[in-house]
Design a protein around this ligand. Structure first.
Ligand code: SLL
Length: 169
């Protein structure tokens, strides 16, 4: 296994969540205190090769082996391991909390896991700037909440065969 010294290569990602209010019909099918449905995800921020599509949800599996999302302990089986794209978890609930996102790379990489943290956001931002739970009519008007961050996964001195996997994809 030979490292390519002095070389850095990165892959752009976005991670975060989208949340919407449960409709009255949906609320009947979930615990009474659940108000929102949400999806937390890690997605590629790169265009798919030979395509106009940006952010292919299926575009990370060639170098990511597993993404583990660690949810709040109020959830059953809070650690959710996702072993193929799309790397995402969808749930319903009532509260915001910190999600630990652990990204494991394919064994050829020789890399240790990368850990990210995302604050699950359910409620729209307000002018007051303070976290507060808006009244239902305001929340409905505000529509879905999106909270996403851009990041770059950087590999320094990559192994030659891993570099080939990254660049030949
Ligand atoms: C809070 N620190 O107190 C936060 C915790 C936890 C939210 C929020 C679980 C739903 C379920 C859920 O929504 N937990 O019971 O499955 O606001």
């Amino acid at each position: 296994r030979v490292r390519v010294r002095g070389l850095s290569i990165f892959r752009p990602i976005i991670y975060g969540n989208t949340a919407t209010l449960l409709t009255p019909e949906e609320r009947e099918k979930h615990p009474a205190e659940h108000t929102h449905k949400w999806t937390v995800a890690v997605r590629s921020a790169a265009s798919a090769p030979n395509s106009d599509i940006v952010g292919g949800a299926d575009n990370l599996g060639y170098f990511i082996k597993r993404v583990s999302f660690k949810l709040h302990d109020t959830y059953a089986n809070p650690t959710r391991n996702i072993d193929k794209p799309p790397f995402e978890v969808s749930e319903t609930g009532w509260g915001e909390f910190e999600i630990q996102i652990r990204i494991n790379f394919i064994s050829e990489s020789g890399e240790k896991a990368m850990v990210l943290y995302h604050h699950l956001k359910l409620h729209p931002w307000t002018l007051a700037g303070e976290p507060e739970i808006p009244p239902l009519d305001i929340a409905i008007k505000a529509g879905p909440v999106h909270s996403w961050q851009y990041d770059e996964i950087v590999f320094n001195d990559p192994y030659q065969n891993f570099l080939n996997i990254l660049t030949n994809h």
